[in-house]
Design a protein around this ligand. Structure first.
Ligand SMILES: Nc1ncnc2c1ncn2[C@@H]1O[C@H](COP(=O)(O)OP(=O)(O)OP(=O)(O)O)[C@@H](O)[C@H]1O
Ligand SMILES: [Mg+2]
Length: 316
């Protein structure tokens, strides 16, 4: 297993003559929730498609858990703004559907029918367990037409996570939801992060590694442990967008009050770095994630905190 859940090396992309992405480099540790923000059209979805493997980049490489992504792979999952559920399957069946395709063949489902029934039962049990984790234990038997937008989106998330991909990409996943639903799903991500922390404390690899694209700067800082900003204005020429902001952000516990005032300063800094069309002369000014780690407390990041040398400390 690789140290990184995701590694992007010198990734550039152009559509014809039009440069969209310029030398993106990024390393994400297992268990991180990384928010990506940037002006509309700067290439966020293009980057996610390259990571997903459906649209390979013009240049550069993507590694998911150390394995090169050259096409769609079970290492990477995605959830879009508009959930794609099967209307004729209930919540439990929708979530189990991916497992069915993944773990049984047509031969299993016909010739080896008794064995298949046992596997199927296990899949439905796993599906119910996962639906409980996203707060939908009451809705296992509901069909999409009987669910709210937020419920459908949680089923879609369960569908992606149950296959245990190394990275899950969320492209504006809450964009179509009303404010209350959106908040509910944000808290769900905070709960996932707490599960990650528990796994890490137990010496295990955290389960949920997430890249979430959002237009909402508050949402980005609230749900993530790291925020990345993309902009085209990092150079005088027009080469495409790159990462111009990369910093850790405060980790909220689901029981904490939702206090945006705690990160007003960071939000304003992010806005300036990413949405200001004055070109940034020092493109690394706000790309300080790794060096900022030293300032964080335990439990504030899934990235390994630097070891503090005690050799020269006065108490040694
Ligand atoms: N298939 C395509 N062919 C040509 N150009 C494309 C294609 N897909 C995207 N583009 C262009 O690439 C640029 C980046 O698009 P992309 O969808 O990645 O932006 P985005 O950051 O996700 O925007 P938004 O926030 O609006 O979703 C845009 O200028 C878009 O017009
Ligand atoms: Mg997009």
């Amino acid at each position: 297993m690789s140290e990184y859940a995701l590694e992007i090396k010198d990734l550039s992309h152009r559509f014809g003559d039009y440069p969209v992405l310029d030398k993106i480099n990024l390393k994400v540790w297992p268990g991180q929730i990384v928010a990506i923000v940037g002006p509309s059209g700067c290439g966020k979805s293009t980057l996610l498609k390259a990571i997903l493997g459906t649209h390979p980049p013009t240049e550069g490489t993507v590694l998911a858990d150390g394995e090169p992504v050259t096409g769609p792979t079970r290492n990477v999952g995605i959830v879009y703004q508009h959930y794609a559920l099967f209307d004729f399957l209930n919540a439990e069946q929708n979530v189990a559907f991916g497992l069915k395709l993944d773990q049984t063949s047509l031969f299993d489902r016909t010739v080896l029918y008794p064995r298949y029934r046992r596997i199927r039962k296990k899949h439905l049990q796993d599906s119910r367990d996962f639906l409980r984790r996203v707060g939908l234990e009451q809705a296992c038997g509901k069909y999409p037409s009987e669910m709210s937008g937020g419920m459908k989106q949680r089923v879609a998330l369960a569908q992606a996570f149950i296959l245990k991909p190394k990275v899950v990409l969320l492209d504006e996943p809450f964009g179509a939801l009303d404010e209350a639903m959106r908040e509910e799903l944000q808290f769900m991500l905070l709960r996932f992060y707490q599960e990650n922390l528990e796994m890490k404390r137990a010496g295990k690899r955290p389960q949920y590694t997430i890249l979430i694209v959002t237009h909402e700067l508050n949402e980005a800082i609230f749900v993530a442990d790291r925020v990345i900003g993309m902009s085209r204005f990092h150079t005088e020429g027009d080469l495409g967008a790159t990462i111009v902001y990369d910093k850790p952000c405060p980790v909220f516990h689901p029981d904490d009050p939702r206090d945006y005032s705690k990160f007003v300063e960071q939000r304003e800094e992010l806005r300036r770095a990413v949405f200001d069309d004055e070109y940034i002369k020092d493109r690394n000014k706000y790309v300080t994630f790794t060096s900022d780690l030293g300032k964080l407390a335990e439990g504030q990041s899934m990235a390994p905190l630097p070891k503090i040398s005690t050799a020269n400390s006065p108490n040694h």
